[in-house]
Design a protein around this ligand. Sequence first.
Ligand code: FVH
Length: 296
Amino acid sequence: MTHPVTDKTPVTLIGLGAMGTALARAWLAVGHPLTVWNRTPSRARALAADGARTAGSAAEAVAANTLVVVCLLDDASVEDTLTGIDLTGKDLVNLTTSTPAQARTRAAWAAARGARYLAGGIMAVPPMIGVPDAGGYVLYSGVPDLFEQHRDTLAVPAGTTYVGENPGHAALHDVALLSAMYGMFAGAAHAFALIRREDIDPTAFAPLLAGWLTAMAPAVHLTAEQLRSGDYTKGVTSTLAMQTAGTPAFLATAEEQGVSPELLTPYFQLMRRRLAEGSGEEDLTGVIDLLLRRPA
Ligand code: FVH
């Protein structure tokens, strides 16, 4: 009588950089049979010692299992690695950071080679992988049946959020969320610069900053409602006119503190342009329309 060693879905993982290695460890930790391949073979050694099977080539790794996860540097490295390999019948999950257009092209490329395709955008850093409470997750878009079939396996390294069939939408959500993050970091950089030359302990200021950003973050829900309704005056508490009138104080404070206003001025310019269009009673939402009008 034979006993299955495990009922866990076998996984092939291509790419053992910082993120790929973290993914590998998460699957190994809960007993998924794992076949790995990396361009530089030495990066697979420690994983082999922990139970991963190392393939001698990317083609051998792909052939080993139906579920093939790719986590490489960029779309060009995916092209380099998978070109010429038989993908017929494979479920290809590409966690490599891509643009939406690259993801759509890669999905069509995979479909033409007989594979089902799911694109992923990782909203986590390697230490968050395999740590359920760390808050990391992966955005997925593409073939819904593939996602449903492998949902439990994909949920091992990090939470999963499926954002629809369009294979470009995981990347688009990923970049949109990270773009918002950089806006936040830009604001925080300006704030720290303002206090930097004063007798203010940055470690005492940081909790105030984090608390304020956290308190303001839910404002995005009102923005979303206004975008959906098209009424940018709906629910407004601080009008564009009032906020624009306050901007000289921000610029003067930057001047007083010897701080460049270069991170603030682009946003203030957009506020003034929207105000000049006669939208003073609106919220800041109209700035989004100005961005959309920018020539491509
Ligand atoms: N690490 C992070 O914080 C971020 C978090 C959010 C998501 N990103 C994306 O994840 C992809 C992989 O990132 P990574 O951290 O694993 O990146 P590296 O440690 O630099 O490893 C890169 C791997 O790609 C292989 N590789 C590069 N070029 C090629 C190529 N032409 N052919 C085959 N493989 C290639 C590289 O192999 P090697 O240098 O070890 O031989 C690594 O396995 C990425 O899209 C992030 O944006 C991570």
